[in-house]
Design a protein around this ligand. Structure first.
Ligand code: ADP
Ligand code: MG
Length: 238
């Protein structure tokens, strides 16, 4: 588990300010949902935690250590992508363990982790299959398995369900939340879907134009939107 914090963090691409002076605390074991319109900076903020984007000013801390200059590989954080990022020519087991093999982890430890993850995700009967032989939900579970076997301090999700149909999205949403609570892993989940935001997390941060308009529990936000932007965004149908 990890505590992640932002202290006056900004990010710009030449003259474009993409993240504006963000202060944010994500507590141990908490799931924070980051929601906001397209282009508001959600992915950039997530990628900064992962170390895939640099910080222009301010500090990001993981467990009280400033990580601004820390290599992504040393951050112990796993990103969950959409299921279409699976390797089509590798089996489920190979997809799940590929990252560990690249890290030259011992074979028996790799197997132990793969077994544990596939049990947790209900994939134990599918380890020899290829992605094309799986349903959409199973593919999404494999994508999560890849993150799970790393046993990271935190999970980052960037709209992982946006290419699934509505019914499957509801189911996967519940599965991800249940797994996150069972493991107690600090997580940040990005979505532009208000309903996903209101139902999945411990807290929601509503973003607009690179800043955080409001952060609170789903009820806080629903009952007491801080301003017109939040009220309009949360209250409007997708
Ligand atoms: P979101 O995930 O909320 O849709 P992003 O974080 O992807 O938003 O992007 C925020 C803003 O930063 C957008 O205006 C986008 O065009 C811009 N942006 C993202 N990456 C780059 C980049 N590499 N160079 C220049 N501008 C970028
Ligand atoms: Mg994005």
């Amino acid at each position: 588990m990890a505590h992640i914090s932002f202290e006056n963090v900004s990010k710009s691409y030449s003259t474009l300010n993409v993240i504006r002076d963000i202060n944010l605390d994500i507590h141990d074991g908490e799931m924070l949902i980051l929601v906001g319109p397209s282009g508001c900076g959600k992915s950039t903020l997530l990628r900064m935690i992962a170390g895939l984007e640099s910080v222009s000013s301010g500090a990001i801390r993981i467990d009280d250590r400033v990580v601004n200059d820390l290599d992504p590989r040393d951050r112990d954080i796993a990103m969950v992508f959409q299921s279409y990022a699976l390797y089509p020519h590798k089996t489920v087991l190979e997809n799940i363990t590929f990252g560990l093999r690249m890290r030259r982890m011992a074979g028996d430890e790799i197997l132990r982790r793969a077994k544990q993850a596939s049990m947790a995700l209900g994939l134990d009967a599918y380890l020899d299959r290829y992605p094309r032989q799986l349903s959409g939900g199973q593919r999404q579970r494999v994508a999560m398995g890849r993150a799970l076997v790393r046993e990271p301090k935190a999970f980052l999700f960037d709209e992982p369900l946006s290419n699934l149909d509505a019914q499957l999205r509801v189911q996967m949403r519940m599965e991800i939340r249940a797994l996150q609570q069972k493991l107690g892993v600090t997580s940040v989940y990005v979505t532009h879907d208000q309903i996903e935001a209101m139902t999945m997390g411990d807290k929601i941060a509503v973003m607009n134009r690179g800043g955080i308009e409001q952060i609170g529990t789903p009820l806080d936000i629903y009952d007491r939107p801080a301003n017109e932007f939040v009220a309009t965004f949360i209250g409007s149908p997708m």
